[in-house]
Design a protein around this ligand. Structure first.
Ligand code: GLA
Length: 393
């Protein structure tokens, strides 16, 4: 819990609105260990909520007006249920992009006839934006908790995640899967989360003993990520459409075995075939995760992470030179079981599984080598799996 940030937004709230906030909500970012770009193909994912989060100080306004102060953007926005559909503020000005996430949550709640009362809020985050750690899902899940608290209704955490995904798909306009909102809503301290994205059944798995999860931020941010993301998703849908000619029973790439895919891949256009191969093989890898972790076979699990990186780089083509450098250096260092890009890609962070007693030395060596090869000072930290979105006060 970042008490410094909580104090900061509490003070700002007091200054801006003339009273202490009624509550503080916290919603974490996430890191994903295995199962990348498979959630929207009904596969399995293995994320954890991390100890970096969005913090929201809020109070009800007693009217239908919502006023938000986004500390990290040094901007304010104000809207109501009437202005939300047109993405405008109460004075008719367009809503700034950062406000689409909280406004999208209110929109999704209104669509589902759940009360979302006007609130005043000041919020900030220590999840780095655009880094593949789901800062936007953490904003959505934080506001979901705020509106749940004021609305007098209670939804199970998975339902809150699904509404957040609906906000992102239909209001923000990114065709994301369920993984990020799920991890931010359902996180459990010191546990990994294993989600079947088809049935939405999930369970927790203890973090393997004696290993640390190290996050390495390349500091590279790519623009136009959402356009590329939506294209990848469309390629997967195209693969299913074409493969159905031979496999009429399939509904998604989850239903295609590696053997069937190998037999039929030649019938697909080259690019579609590469994208689909990543997904089919990655679902195969993620299916092995639970048994490997239970058996304490971290070495093999780490190899699957390394294979995942190669596949994201060469088949799914969502990596970038800096992510490749970061993963390559990490894989060569002592104590590293596996390293790969995490999240959507195109920049952002790698996730590394590292022997606990070597994690500090690993982080330092990785930072030094990465900076001398690329010129960028990276940010590297050992993370802890945390609880999901909650009211902290
Ligand atoms: C983004 C999306 C997720 C998921 C990942 C890739 O984070 O929001 O739904 O598709 O990319 O695994």
């Amino acid at each position: 819990m970042n008490t410094e940030l909580i104090d900061h937004i509490t003070n700002l709230f007091q200054e801006r609105f003339g009273a202490a906030p009624a509550h503080i909500a916290r919603a974490p970012g996430r890191v994903n260990l295995l199962g990348e770009h498979v959630d929207y193909n009904n596969g399995f994912v293995l994320p954890a909520a991390i100890d970096r989060a969005t913090y929201i100080a809020f109070s009800p306004t007693g009217s239908n007006q919502t006023t938000l102060m986004a500390v990290d953007f040094e901007q304010e926005a104000f809207f109501s249920p009437q202005t939300i559909p047109s993405k405008t503020q109460m004075d008719g000005a367009p809503l700034p992009e950062w406000a689409h996430y909280p406004a999208g949550v209110m929109w999704a709640l209104n669509e589902d006839h759940l009360e979302a009362h006007g609130l005043n809020a000041v919020y900030t985050s220590d999840v780095p934006r655009g880094s593949g750690l789901s800062s936007s899902a953490s904003v959505e899940m934080g506001f979901m908790i705020a509106w749940q608290n004021l609305g007098g209704w209670t939804l199970p955490s998975m339902q809150r995640a699904l509404l957040g995904q609906k906000a992102e798909n239909q209001y923000v306009g990114v065709n994301c899967g369920i993984m990020d909102q799920f991890a931010s809503a359902c996180g459990v301290e010191n546990r990994l989360l294993l989600l079947d994205c088809r049935s939405l059944e999930w369970k927790t798995i203890p973090l393997p003993k004696d290993v640390s999860i190290v996050i390495a931020d390349t500091k590279v941010r790519r623009k136009l990520t959402s356009g590329e993301y939506n294209k990848r998703r469309a390629a997967c849908e195209e693969a299913v459409r074409l493969l159905k000619q031979d496999l009429p029973g399939i509904k998604s790439l989850r239903d295609v075995s590696v053997e069937d895919f190998n037999r039929l891949a030649g019938k697909l256009p080259e690019e579609v075939s590469k994208r689909a191969r990543h997904v089919v093989e990655e679902i195969g890898r993620s299916k092995q995760a639970e048994a490997l972790l239970e058996a304490g076979n971290i070495r093999h699990f780490g190899e699957l992470m390394n294979e995942c990186h190669v596949s994201l780089r060469d088949l799914y083509e969502v990596s970038c030179p800096e992510l490749n450098i970061m993963a390559r250096i990490a894989q060569s260092l002592d104590g590293c079981y596996g390293a790969r890009l995490t999240g959507a890609g195109f920049g952002g962070c790698t996730v590394n599984l590292v022997a606990h007693e070597q994690a500090e030395a690993f982080s330092e060596a990785l930072a030094n080598s990465y900076q001398s090869e690329t010129g960028y000072p990276p940010e590297i930290y050992i993370t802890r799996a945390s609880n999901g979105a909650e009211l902290v006060r």
